[in-house]
Design a protein around this ligand. Structure first.
Ligand SMILES: NC(=O)c1ccc[n+]([C@@H]2O[C@H](COP(=O)([O-])OP(=O)(O)OC[C@H]3O[C@@H](n4cnc5c(N)ncnc54)[C@H](O)[C@@H]3O)[C@@H](O)[C@H]2O)c1
Ligand SMILES: N[C@@H](CCO)C(=O)O
Ligand code: NA
Length: 433
């Protein structure tokens, strides 16, 4: 049988993992797709000692791969924006199908790339872009396609979850854990994407588009990272029966869609609160199925390659039995809705507040008075022992559900009190996730 020919661009962590899985499992892959899949060419700046590519055609110019008439599927694993986008558009222009793990590119330029693919009747597949090895794109686009999705929430950055877990369990310093995540191949080329929530927001944007049938809306999503979460917050949350996780949340609300990424207090008994280390997990709540949860490795060479290879195999099967090219978001052309993404101020949630305050009579009263003036109910309030020689103590408050913009006003007022050290730490609480 005529083989399906793949060109891999980028031979780093994921590129090398993909080469290894494709070659190691070649027999079982062929048995499943009906055609052998071979790596026809690799575009890379240098060899990678993790892969034996000595018998594979190599080029230093990745655009050779995009133009190679023998390549059926181009696999983009170089990362980044400009060159990766040009590479993918060139491959599409040459009639090639594309597989990518590049969530940044899909979230920010996917609308344009998908349009180009539609015009050329080729597939752009990106399972590896969201939650690494967890087949969550397939789950949303195929397995749950008969449902109306109500909300989804996920731990979708392995590096961030690894850092929060190690800081909480072993009290390890932030920088040390980040360096370890980089050495293990989990972190993005620019690790601020992991730490400041940008990577998670890319993934959330992609999932929300498939879940709600809306275009990719990265620039409208709200993003907050984990860099301001302290070991004290982790400990106080624990004392109140919560864990702090970095979540991406997409919810269908009455007036639009909520899209937000931020540290979140989750009741310790909820499944997502117990997803630790580099593991990712996504909970999906939908009208017919109810609630489903997927868990698995969200980063790393072979877990990510597992998804890249599955996309290659799907395309190989489609080449064997041609059908209408599937829309990358799973909705037919022109069926995407223009549902607005709600500004963060319009969203509702309960909140954890940590207020560093001068420890003298009346402070607690002044704070609770401001909250009450804004109609904010308090679920719990405690003053912690004085931690520092300045005589200041932490006051920890759990509010009931309130509109974000109302709480912003109250926080602003509290930060204006003379006895308060600004800024106040605020972490949203989710009990459903
Ligand atoms: N590492 C993971 O766990 C993981 C998981 C999911 C998705 N991703 C995504 O996969 C992609 C690749 O990530 P990675 O971790 O393998 O990165 P990496 O840095 O390990 O590999 C990228 C490789 O591409 C090469 N490259 C870059 N530009 C090139 C060019 N112009 N010509 C030739 N080679 C070029 C680099 O030299 C490097 O070897 C990124 O988009 C990333 O976001 C990574
Ligand atoms: N840097 C990403 C890689 C997987 O997308 C993470 O840590 O989750
Ligand atoms: Na995935």
């Amino acid at each position: 049988m005529k083989p399906v020919k793949v060109g891999i661009c980028g031979l780093g962590t994921v590129g090398s993992g993909t080469f290894n899985v494709l070659t190691r499992n070649a027999n079982s892959i062929a048995a499943r797709t009906g055609r052998p899949i071979i790596v026809e060419q690799i575009g890379a700046r240098r060899d990678n000692p993790a892969s034996d590519t000595s018998t594979t055609q190599m080029t230093r110019d990745i655009f050779d791969v995009a133009r190679n008439p023998d390549v059926d599927i181009l696999v983009e694993l170089i990362g980044g924006y400009d060159v990766a986008k040009e590479l993918i558009l060139t491959a599409i222009e040459h009639g090639k199908h594309v597989v990518t793990a590049n969530k940044a590119l899909i979230a920010e330029h996917g609308n344009e790339i998908f349009q180009a693919a539609r015009e050329k009747n080729v597939v752009v597949a990106y399972e590896a872009a969201v939650a690494g090895g967890i087949p969550v794109i397939k789950c949303l686009r195929e397995g749950l396609s008969g449902n109306q999705i109500n909300w989804l929430a996920g731990i979708i950055n392995g590096t961030g979850n690894f850092i929060l877990t190690e800081m909480g369990d072993k009290n390890r310093p932030f920088e040390e854990v980040l360096s370890e995540a980089q050495a293990l191949g989990y972190a993005e080329a620019d690790p601020t994407f992991d730490v400041e929530g940008i990577d998670a927001c890319h993934k959330l944007t992609i999932m929300a588009a498939i879940a709600f049938g809306i275009p990719l809306n990265f620039e409208r999503a709200y993003t907050e990272g984990i860099s301001r979460v302290t070991p004290a917050d982790i400990q106080y949350a624990e004392e109140l029966g919560y864990r702090i996780k970095h979540l991406g949340i997409a919810r269908q609300a009455d007036e639009g869609v909520e899209l937000r990424v931020h540290p979140t207090l989750i009741p310790a008994s909820r499944p997502l609160a117990n997803i630790n280390g580099v593991l990712n997990s996504v909970v999906i709540n939908a009208d017919a199925v109810g609630e489903t949860m997927m868990v698995g490795p969200g980063a790393g060479a072979e877990p990510t390659a597992s998804s890249v290879v599955a996309d290659i195999m799907d395309i190989a099967r489609a080449l064997e039995a041609p059908q209408t090219t599937p829309n990358p978001l799973g909705f037919v052309e022109n069926a995407l809705k223009s549902t607005p993404v709600l500004p963060i101020g319009e969203t509702l949630s309960a909140n954890y507040l940590r207020i560093h305050a001068d420890d003298h009579p009346g402070v607690m009263n002044a704070i609770t008075q401001i909250l009450s003036d804004h109609g904010i109910n308090i679920d719990a309030i405690t003053q912690k022992a004085i931690r520092e020689s300045d005589g200041f103590a932490d006051i920890v408050i759990l509010t009931q559900t309130i509109k974000e913009s109302t709480l912003d006003k109250a926080i602003n007022k509290i930060e204006g009190l003379i006895d308060i050290q600004a800024p106040i730490t605020r972490i949203r609480v989710e009990t459903m996730a």
